[in-house]
Ligand binder design. Structure first.
Ligand code: LMR
Length: 395
């Protein structure tokens, strides 16, 4: 049996995380895995989550099963967060999922049942785990150009040209906001062009929304999803609570679908429940239950939004400070794009040898494609970091 198994494929992000943990240097710097960090370099449990957990501990009177699709109250709260509290949600349904990745996978399985011949189109680049997640659901994958490294913005013409070649019925995976790994987002004018193409060519939108609240704000970051929902007949969204509620290890998310009719939505949700039941039966409860308390209690909700906004603004100011330090050190504007981009990530133009050198000589850990976690940037060490980067770039 096991002797027949080939060596496992390394995961670029998780591999880097393990290497960082194993490094005994005290002045090392982790710009790798996408977790928020405060100015002390910690990933704290958010205040509202702590308080909701206390409440949960006091009030929860059973650990009995919930259901394959999880808690209806949790799902409705996430639907309202994504589509807006006054949206018409009659054709929208959601299932609680095992993080955003769990939502991606069960939605991929569901869409496979609906359109077995569809292929999936991913942005180039995309979050590396999109590839095995979608392949595991049985899809053939294609990529569309996305990032213009010269300008640090979206290559919208290349994207539209490439997606124009997708066959009718294919699925297009889109990052709803805060593109991972580039931080380059579509403008609303770009979204209008993409949506027109999806509509004209009968392409199906599969939206990964992992960073709502980390870009321009909780409501603003949902603008693209809401626009698509107003223009297109159907879509799915994989929403994550890992980042905006800091619930990474609790695995909380929602697999959301919008169908053409209420009856189709209800049937699709039933099928989604079947997908979940045949995978892991039911989602874990603790993180979703805690989220439900935060989202339904006015005081906790306000406190959560305040803390989330503080986190977002910290990342915005780190972007500005880093881009400024690079501007000074390189005496050029070539890194100004970092201040313009959104969310948790940006990419630096570093090759493998340069990344290895940064890690070996300076203890700076950056993902192999040059992606940095903006939240990991050192508030009081920007000059040294800019100096190390510009030094390896010049060698
Ligand atoms: C990331 O992109 O770093 C995060 O989404 C963590 C992960 O699972 O890769």
């Amino acid at each position: 049996m096991f002797e027949a198994l080939p060596e496992p494929k390394a995961d670029a992000i998780l591999g880097l995380m393990a290497a960082f943990r194993a490094d005994t240097r005290t002045d090392k710097l982790d710009l790798g895995v996408g977790v928020y960090k405060d100015s002390a370099g910690k990933t704290p449990v958010m205040r509202a989550i702590k308080n909701a957990e206390k409440k949960l501990l006091e009030t929860q009177d059973t650990k009995s099963y919930v259901a394959p699709i999880g808690s209806a109250a949790f799902c409705n709260a996430i639907i309202a967060q994504v589509f807006g509290s006054d949206a018409d949600t009659s054709c929208i349904r959601a299932a609680q999922s095992v993080g955003g990745s769990g939502a991606l996978r069960v939605l991929a399985d569901l869409l496979k049942q609906g359109r077995p011949d569809a292929d999936i189109w991913l942005s180039d680049p995309s979050w590396p785990n999109h590839v095995p997640l979608m392949q595991a659901a049985g899809y053939a994958l294609h990529t569309y150009p996305y990032y213009d490294a010269q300008t640090g913005s979206v290559n919208i013409e290349g994207m539209l040209e490439s997606l124009g070649k997708a066959k009718r019925g294919d699925i297009v995976l889109l990052h709803g906001c805060c593109h991972n790994p580039t931080g380059a987002d579509l403008s609303m004018d770009d979204w209008a062009r993409v949506v027109k193409l999806l509509k004209d060519n009968d392409l199906f939108p599969f939206i990964d929304l992992a960073y709502q609240g980390f870009g321009d704000g909780l409501e603003q970051d949902a603008a693209a999803v809401r626009y698509m929902a107003s223009e297109l007949p159907e879509l799915v969204v994989a929403a994550s609570c890992s980042k905006n509620l800091g619930l990474y290890r609790e695995r909380v998310g929602a697999a959301i679908l919008m169908a053409k009719t209420e009856a189709e939505a209800t049937r699709a949700l039933g099928r989604l429940g079947g997908v979940i039941r045949s995978n892991y039966s039911m989602p874990p409860d603790h993180g979703a239950n805690t989220t439900e308390i935060v989202l339904s209690d006015a005081a906790l909700n306000a406190d959560w939004k305040e803390e989330l906004e503080t986190m977002r603004l910290r990342m915005v100011s780190l972007r500005q400070a880093f881009s400024e330090a690079l501007r000074k050190r390189s005496n050029s504007e070539r890194f100004d794009y970092i201040a313009e981009q959104k969310g948790m990530f940006s990419r630096l133009p570093l090759n493998t040898a340069q990344l290895d050198k940064l890690r070996d000589d300076h203890g700076i850990y950056i993902v192999g494609d040059g992606r940095i976690n903006v939240a990991g940037l050192p508030e009081s060490g920007m000059e040294q970091l800019a100096d190390a980067i510009c030094t390896v770039l010049a060698e």
